[in-house]
Design a protein around this ligand. Structure first.
Ligand code: IMP
Ligand code: MG
Length: 183
């Protein structure tokens, strides 16, 4: 569905599907050249990063491997708790690998800072981060993110993989959820 299909539940559209696809193509070209001649593994953070991973990975003009990790730091609310739990671990040994973490959004940064430490302890050769969205005003810890799609205001957003209580992940655009939906 597009934002126009559920406009009564949204306050504004921040990034359209077309803008997302253009940006991912641009980021993929950078990753292609930055990792030339290196073995690259993309690690997606479930479930929010599913759409980003699917579209970004297919824009690459090279072969990669892919793995997934499921963590939770949110529950059903709209604020980060900072408590990170592993729900599904990687199937891959990261020793000596060039890792690119693929994320939907950096909000407080707490999840990623935890993941970065966790992956570093597994002996990865290099670890970088790609995030489609980032909320600079919400940062509680600074994350060194090499590939950022869009900086957005500190509002709760849904769509393109991002949910509110598991809803709206299949919205094609990224939009601000209307407060009446969650209050
Ligand atoms: P953190 O606050 O940076 O730790 O964000 C952790 C996770 O919370 C992200 O990977 C998202 O899955 C989710 N999240 C953060 N901000 C939003 C939002 O505005 N809408 C939906 N999910 C969000
Ligand atoms: Mg996420």
């Amino acid at each position: 569905m597009r934002a126009a299909d559920i406009s009564d539940q949204l306050t504004s559209v921040l990034v359209t599907e077309e803008q997302i696809h253009d940006k991912l193509a641009e980021l993929a070209a950078r990753v292609d050249s930055d990792y030339e001649g290196k073995e690259l593994i993309l690690i997606g953070v479930l479930k929010g990063a599913v759409m980003v991973m699917a579209d970004f990975a297919r824009q690459l003009q090279r072969d990669i491997t892919m793995d997934w990790m499921a963590v939770s730091s949110y529950g059903a609310g709209t604020k980060s708790s900072g408590v990170v739990q592993i729900r599904k671990d990687l199937d891959t040994d990261l020793h000596g690998k060039h890792v690119l973490i693929v994320e939907d959004i950096i909000d407080s940064g707490l999840t990623l800072s935890w993941l970065l430490e966790n992956f570093a302890s597994r002996g990865a050769e290099s670890i970088e981060v790609l995030a489609l969205l980032r909320k600079p005003e919400a940062a509680k810890v600074e994350i060194d993110c090499r590939y950022v799609g869009f900086d957005i205001p500190n509002d709760f957003v849904v769509g393109y993989g991002l949910d509110y209580a598991e809803r709206y992940r299949n919205l094609r655009d990224v939009a601000v959820l209307a407060p009446h939906v969650y209050s």
